[in-house]
Design a protein around this ligand. Sequence first.
Ligand code: URA
Length: 423
Amino acid sequence: MNIKDITIKKENNEILSKEEIEYAVNNYVSGDISDEAMTLLLKAICKNGMTFDETFNLTITMLNSGNIIKYDEIEGTIVDKHSTGGVGDKTSLVVLPLVAACGVKIVKMSGRSLGFTGGTVDKLESIKGFKTEIDYEDLLKQVDDINIVMMSQSNNLVPADKKIYALRDVTGTVESIPLIASSIMSKKLASGSDVIVLDIKVGKGAFMKNIDEARALSKTMVDIGNRFGKKTIAVLTNMDYPLGLTIGNSIEVIEAIDTLENNGEERFTKLCLSLASYMVSLGKDISIDEALKEVEEKYYDKSALNRFKELVSYQHGDINEIPLCKNKISIYSTKSGYITDIDTMKLATLCNDLGAGRKVKGEPVNHEVGIKLNKTINDFVKENELLLEVYTNDNIDENEYKNAFTITDENIDKPKIIYEVIK
Ligand code: URA
């Protein structure tokens, strides 16, 4: 067996065997296959795709390249959530305490921001003292005590994905359903939960720009999870516009807390309650209606807020210390009308340029900068009314921010927040 023949087979659109996939992945991880040779195979996969069996075998091969976490000592079902990433996506900060408050156990391993998508770990680290690295023994105790752990992904999970993803990132081979599905699902399966709820973002501010692509990716990931014996569903959600009213790190944590205080933006709150209901429904094996009732109760009686506070203090954070940049620049609308479009990617890029995100792996982020919308999609704004605030000490070009908003005389229909669920 050699990588050249395997690549030619894929270039000819033939099906790779489990052994051939294992050969390619394992020898790439050990350094016996070069970046150049692996790139040719990845390009052939991007061009010709993979069957479901090939994608499943790729996922399992990557999964087996590192440790797989086991929660045998913990009683009850452990639920996990994954978002494919969007702009202003602070959903986990609201959904997970809600689910934990309903009595379902959560261990969430998250990543850091890269490119236009933010990272939950960076957001959590904007809370002074918050520890995101947790030992296995401490993790078990914490789940047992308060049902919830939010931490960074441990280093020894899926090293094959780490190496292959880094190569895909610089060789234009990210956008392939089998490669994305196997990358995400290998990490989810390694994290050891019993139930996986995938939040697949669709739209202008997401990886998947259209619903058909998102559906195909979702179906592949759900089938991988189910074949591996994990209850898995995918919820397809709208990512055409920023989620909630903020983009950044500390500013998003503050908005998440406001939401848990029952003061959240309407569409964002609805999304959080729905996602939490799917997780509770699967975690407790109850109907979605029963789950929604429980979730709403824990939301309105602020048990979820209290659970978030417990989480923060358990992980050594100080909820009263979430520093936000002292200087803010207010930007006013130059015309009256309805906001009928928002250039979400533009706002994400502007926010990254403030320092909230990172362009290359390993860069530090500025937790204190960010954007707060005073108006969002469908809202009416008057001339000279506050449109948004930018938290920064830098000089900015206000027009760049204003131009991200389309303001017209006629409103558009309210966009859906959830499109469909794939089981
Ligand atoms: N996120 C991942 O973890 N992997 C991909 O391939 C794409 C998004």
